[in-house]
Design a protein around this ligand. Structure first.
Ligand SMILES: O=C(O)CCC(=O)C(=O)O
Ligand SMILES: [Fe+2]
Length: 668
């Protein structure tokens, strides 16, 4: 049909439509919403647990939209909707996500036009492929007609039916979704309520094509048909040429409540995913698939996998602890990194200013990497590369590896600022807070490889300390980390206050890359701080090392600051100017934030790493990326006497005097 004639006033039929439309789109404030008639299939209390449990379907840690391979998969509808968003028993209208910025303390505000982007195209793909999207609703959503029982709640599967652009202050891309199965009533429909309008009951929407750009659109608002192509000169114009008054934009229910048929209207998968069943194949249980959280089969709560032993629902107590099938030591052999009875070759690398020395003893190749860790201290990282004799020794890495898999219990992913650490850990001996605080257990409760590792690492430390300053005390703490496939530890330091300056680790299982680099503020000499409520980038006051960018300039600046006798305000002002000057001095393509690794170690099964130097932890950081299916790192530290407060001291003896390892069986 052609454009409908301009209609200055609504006729009687449209009056009725407007009245029902207002009834259908009326929203109650969140606090006044009625109870829903049912419960969601799945729900979550935190985004972390939700995303880990629904990985593959919805894994968007911040945004509302989730897509994969160019096709839309899911939406999370929480706060921050658009004024004309809508959600009823079977239809949702929402704005495309993105293009928003913080608006003071008042939440988010759109700051630019939305253009068709990857999300828009993924929605078009979902329409064309008739591929349903999942919708999750948060308890801050003001559109949903009932009170949300949990923080995050699954609604249902939806058909994407329309994408178009509207205009506010900026162009806004909008989507219409329609419930996939129309025969069932959504659990979120208020109790004791009847649908005001059934889908399709009002007939088809008004359709027209634009005389200017020839695009076809449905009429969305009762005030008249508009071209919804943002590139067209007639975009968002009513037939009389005016743009609509936003207050008059009442939905045309023939658009909102139309019924779209898809060939297949069956949900692709239940939101309650099947539970992981332990595999008979050794190693399968360590695969990343086994790290997905659990959508509880009893109560629907999403629970990340927190415990090494399996899954636990914190909603109803349901447990799923399949017996895992350990990976024998023989299967750790990797033909790309052959290990024999000879001294093994190295796969490490280091930047040229790092000084290397190498020694061979006890069937280990010991490589020492020395470098300045501050202007006053040289530190070192020692990598002991184990050969087959070491690995196969009685009580050695192979036996430790096999024993730990069956006998080391109680590992958990510790809580870390509203999320969970990305590996499983347990602490023995003196308490060690590390990045995330956790409990500590006495060594007497540990499986034998734990005390064996402490003894071996003390031996390795004595063996290799040479002229380096040696801590007076032996190690009295062991932090055990277990990594499943694809888990890793991002850059961090081990420099908790009150620890000895030596840290030593024994690696068991799959190969891992361990990298060391100076921390960015130390290396680049700049950091961002908050001073008197102002965010500012200032020069750092640590002495630079000769290999750092702008070395001479920083030294001069530091001399000026140290002799300057400035007040606190003046000093901050000057340090900010210096940071600006440092930044300006970088060659155009050089990053002023990125830092290259000084050393990259390739750690094999049975290898030992020893870090020495107090400033190594203060100014440098290390990160570990395991490459195999499964790996343990057993790291020892010395918690110095007097470090812990009375209340933090363990209520058990930390006694490790028995069975000192002496390396005699592998001496060569
Ligand atoms: O995985 C490793 O080898 C080391 C782990 C680590 O850096 C730590 O526990 O602090
Ligand atoms: Fe560490």
């Amino acid at each position: 049909m052609s454009l409908p004639a301009p209609q200055p006033a609504l006729d009687a039929a449209e009056h009725d439509l407007a009245a029902i439309s207002l009834a259908v789109t009326k929203k109650l404030p969140i606090g006044q919403k009625p109870e829903p008639r049912g419960q969601p299939e799945i729900w979550a209390e935190s985004r972390h647990h939700l995303c880990e449990s629904l990985s593959g379907l919805y894994a968007s840690w911040q945004g509302s939209y989730y897509g994969k391979s160019g096709v839309a998969k899911a939406f999370m509808l929480d706060g921050n909707g658009h004024a004309r968003d809508h959600l009823d028993e079977n239809v949702i209208v929402l704005r495309a996500s993105g293009s928003m910025a913080k608006d003071g303390d008042n939440g988010m505000k759109q700051r630019e036009d939305q253009e068709p982007n990857h999300q828009y195209h993924a929605m078009v793909n979902a329409i064309n492929q008739q591929s349903p999207v999942a919708v999750i609703c948060g308890d801050k959503n003001s559109q949903v007609p009932s009170k949300m029982p949990h923080k995050y709640n699954s609604l249902d599967w939806y058909k994407v039916t329309h994408v178009w652009t509207e205009r506010d202050r900026f162009n806004v891309i909008k989507y219409r979704l329609e419930k996939l199965e129309s025969a069932t009533t959504g659990w979120w429909v208020p109790r004791d309520s009847e649908p005001v309008v059934e889908l399709g009951a009002l007939g088809s929407p008004v359709k027209a094509h634009c005389g200017s750009c020839s695009s076809n659109y449905d009429q969305i608002y009762l005030c008249g048909w508009m071209c919804l192509n943002s590139k067209c000169e007639k975009f968002w114009c009513l037939p009389d040429g005016d743009t609509p008054d936003p207050a008059q934009l009442i939905y045309d229910l023939r658009f909102l409540k139309q019924k779209t048929s898809w060939v297949n209207e069956q949900a692709p998968i239940s939101f309650r995913f099947p539970l992981y069943t332990a595999s008979a194949i050794a190693g399968e249980d360590y695969k990343v698939e086994n790290l997905r959280g659990m959508t509880c089969p009893e109560c629907g709560k999403c629970n990340a996998r927190v415990k090494w032993e399996g899954w636990e629902c914190t909603g109803c107590g349901f447990e799923h602890m399949p017996r895992i099938n350990p990976l024998p030591a023989a299967s750790i052999q990797d033909q790309n990194y052959p290990v024999t009875d000879a001294y093994p070759s190295s796969y490490d690398s280091a930047l040229s200013h790092v000084k290397l020395s190498v020694e061979f003893s006890h069937n280990y190749r010991w490589i020492t990497y020395k470098f300045n860790v501050s202007a006053t201290e040289e530190g070192e990282v020692v990598h002991g590369i184990a050969n087959r004799v070491v690995r196969e020794e009685t009580g050695g890495p192979n036996e430790m590896w096999e024993d730990l898999q069956t006998n080391c219990h109680g590992l958990v992913r510790r809580e870390l600022s509203n999320a969970l650490m990305n590996s499983f850990t347990i602490n023995y001996g003196m308490p060690y807070k590390f990045i995330a605080a956790g409990e500590s257990l006495p060594f007497t409760d540990a499986p034998w490889p734990v005390t064996e590792a402490v003894s071996r690492l003390n031996w390795a430390d004595r063996m290799t300390s040479g002229t380096a300053v040696k801590d007076q005390e032996n190690f009295n703490e062991l932090y055990l980390v277990a990594y499943l496939q694809d888990q890793s530890m991002s850059y961090h330091d081990d420099g908790e206050k009150g620890l000895g300056s030596t840290v030593a680790t024994l690696s068991l299982g799959g190969r891992a890359e361990m990298n060391f680099r100076p921390k960015s503020p130390f290396y680049h000499g700049m950091k961002t701080i908050h001073y008197k409520k102002k965010r500012m980038t200032v020069m750092t006051k640590d002495d630079p090392l000769p290999e750092f960018p702008n070395y001479e300039m920083r030294k001069q600046f530091l001399t000026e600051i140290r002799n300057g006798n400035l007040s606190e305000d003046e000093e901050h002002e000057r340090l900010a100017e210096m940071a600006t000057a440092l930044r300006a001095a970088y060659p155009s393509k050089q990053s002023h934030t990125k830092v290259d690794d000084y050393i990259k170690l390739s750690l094999g099964h049975g290898d030992i790493v020893i870090m020495r130097g107090a400033h190594l932890q203060k100014y440098y950081e290390h990160g570990v990326t395991p490459k195999g299916l499964m790996r343990y790192a057993l790291t020892c530290r010395t918690v110095l006497p007097g470090h812990l407060k009375e209340s933090e001291l363990p209520n058990y003896e930390v006694d490790l005097t028995q069975n000192e390892y002496d390396g005699s069986r592998i001496a060569k």
